[in-house]
Design a protein around this ligand. Structure first.
Ligand code: SAM
Length: 387
């Protein structure tokens, strides 16, 4: 079945290469197409030097909105360190982008918990050389605390592994179900145009994935399958002896992710702060993402000894960590009402459900060999002091 062809403007070497690959292989899976578009070593969106995050880039992340996000996460990390009470506290962050979150966490800990700052290490895991360079630049003031490791070469004896908007950037398979049979979207090349074809999946990985998940896609709907996410989560669990995993991303539990009304799935592209759903246009110049299945992450985590300690919307997580208390403090420090108002408007983005990052963004906290502690981030709203 050949799908409708969306308009495409592609003059890049990456597009040429993808056309050649699609022709040679008689079509490549959408996951392979996305993997190359984002991570081709020379031409991929994340691998070439460009501004991706913030005003001059393509999208904002919570950590690029305001330092308060990292400051509140630092509070949660400080409590985790207290719970673990070990000699050193290892923080490992994967997919740190330009290093905003790491910087805000390290600044906050240096200021508010100097004893913890003195005994911590901060390891960054990053596929993009360009981002590694940006991280080194942002984190110059903490150079003696940070180091970089490869994805398959890190471990935590006692500490916390964290990521913000990493899993949504993993390449996804795109599936549809027709007459009760699972099909997959392949990308072919016809007259220099990328064309989608819905075919039987190659191999059994997708069928096995949905059987493991215990879910069957809805007839006629399009959906994504992030099959590398559970593998990644199991790997993270295996690399931790004792500690926590904090995963922040946009997404839903399985049932909600694949709800009947989500007829076209959740795949989105971002270019210069414009969102669109055409991954075949400006290949290599746009970010591509899909919402994360948090049920899959919890299930895979539990297979690797990670117990879910908290799963909530980002607004609840931030409120638990003292968002309003900090807002009042920052407002009091503002030089005038105009500055205080601007601050309120900026910070609102972190907790607003509509058009903000408060609700679609979720925070999953898992623990391995840590028992079931009461975490600050999961405090009941009634138990939180408001200013
Ligand atoms: C959307 S950005 C994350 C932004 C950042 N965490 C923030 O808060 O601003 C995705 C990041 O994950 C990185 N990345 C993607 N896949 C990765 C992998 N398998 N291992 C390490 N980093 C990865 C990308 O290069 C990029 O730095």
């Amino acid at each position: 079945m050949i799908q409708q062809i969306p308009p495409q403007t592609n003059h890049s070497q990456l597009a040429t290469l993808l056309h050649q690959q699609a022709q040679a292989a008689d079509g490549i899976s959408f996951a392979d197409f996305m993997a190359q578009a984002l991570y081709h070593p020379q031409y991929g969106y994340y691998m070439t030097p460009r501004d991706r995050i913030g005003k001059a880039g393509d999208f904002y992340t919570s950590s690029s909105v305001n330092a308060l996000f990292g400051r509140l996460i630092a509070r949660q990390l400080a409590q985790m360190a207290e719970l673990l009470s070990s000699e050193t506290f290892q923080i490992v962050e994967q997919g740190a982008g330009e290093g905003h979150l790491a910087l805000d966490i390290l600044d906050a800990l240096a200021e508010e918990s100097p004893e913890l700052y003195a005994r911590l290490t901060y390891t960054l895991i990053e596929v993009s050389q360009d981002n590694r360079q940006r991280q080194a630049k942002s984190l110059a003031a903490h150079a003696d605390k940070i180091s970089w490791n490869d994805e398959n070469d890190w471990s935590i004896t006692s500490g916390c592994f964290l990521s913000n908007e990493l899993v949504d950037a993993f390449p996804v398979h795109v599936v549809e179900k027709h007459s009760g049979v699972l099909k997959e979207v392949f990308v072919t090349s016809q007259d220099d145009t990328f064309v989608e074809e819905v075919r039987a999946p190659r191999g059994s990985r997708l069928t096995e994935y949905f059987a493991w998940l215990g879910y069957s896609p809805i007839e006629g709907n399009r959906a994504e399958a992030n099959v590398s996410a559970p593998d990644w989560m199991r790997h993270v669990g295996q690399c931790i002896e004792r500690g926590f995993v904090l995963t922040i991303d946009y997404g839903y539990p399985t049932k909600e992710l694949y709800a009947p009304h989500r007829r076209a799935g959740t795949l989105m592209c971002y270019h210069r702060h414009q969102a669109d759903d055409n991954p075949y246009d400006r290949v290599g110049e746009k970010d591509m993402t899909a919402h994360v299945d948090f049920t899959a992450l919890q299930k895979a985590g539990s297979e690797a000894g990670l117990e879910t300690l908290s799963f909530s919307e980002q607004y609840r997580f931030l409120l638990g960590l003292g968002f309003f208390e900090e807002l009042v403090r920052l407002e009091a420090a503002a030089t005038d009402e105009k500055e205080a108002r601007a601050l309120r408007l900026t910070l609102k983005n972190l907790i607003m459900p509509e058009g903000g990052m408060g609700e679609t963004f979720k925070v999953l906290v898992q623990g391995k060999n840590v028992g079931t502690p009461e975490l600050l981030c999961s405090r009941e709203i009634g138990a939180i002091p408001f200013g």
